[in-house]
Design a protein around this ligand. Sequence first.
Ligand SMILES: *[C@@H]1O[C@H](CO)[C@@H](O)[C@H](O)[C@H]1NC(C)=O
Length: 177
Amino acid sequence: MRASTLFTAAASLVCATLVAADGAAIVDALNNVDAETQELESRVQNWNGGLLSSIPIVTQSAHVLSAINDGTDTAEDSDPLTTEEALSIATAVNTLAATVNGTMTAIIAAHDDFEHLLLAPIVLLDLKAQKSSSDKMSAAILAKVPTALQAIAQNLVAPIDASFEQAIDVYSLSNGI
Ligand SMILES: *[C@@H]1O[C@H](CO)[C@@H](O)[C@H](O)[C@H]1NC(C)=O
């Protein structure tokens, strides 16, 4: 079992070095951010407000951050995108924006429970880190989008920023510790 895990790890390392990042890799990275963000949403929604059960939320929040950072790396390594690639990325961004909206809505709804446990400042730090990483990922993707599609692409990523901003506003009003 251990050997096969090692083999898989080695195989994916080889693939990662052989295959240059492109539009499809960015779509995969965005879908990964989407999946991790959906998992965060469901953990927050299913949370009973207890201290111990908040730990999986904090853990998942870190997974979201690292998925976003992976997305930035993938976009930075990518060649400039064709129009067709940019359009497939637009669809993935649109899906992600809807997921981020739902997740931030759930996090906003859970504010009082987090504050009660004095965890609101930690959530605020996570949100700020995720927003800043997400801004970097957006910038890295936008840099590879054809000039003619830049304005459209900016409009597509804007709601993601706005969702983070709403949640950050709510948590910024918490009583600090
Ligand atoms: C989610 O989207 C709706 C509809 O566009 C908007 O009114 C709401 O403010 C958004 N909420 C968050 C947290 O982004």
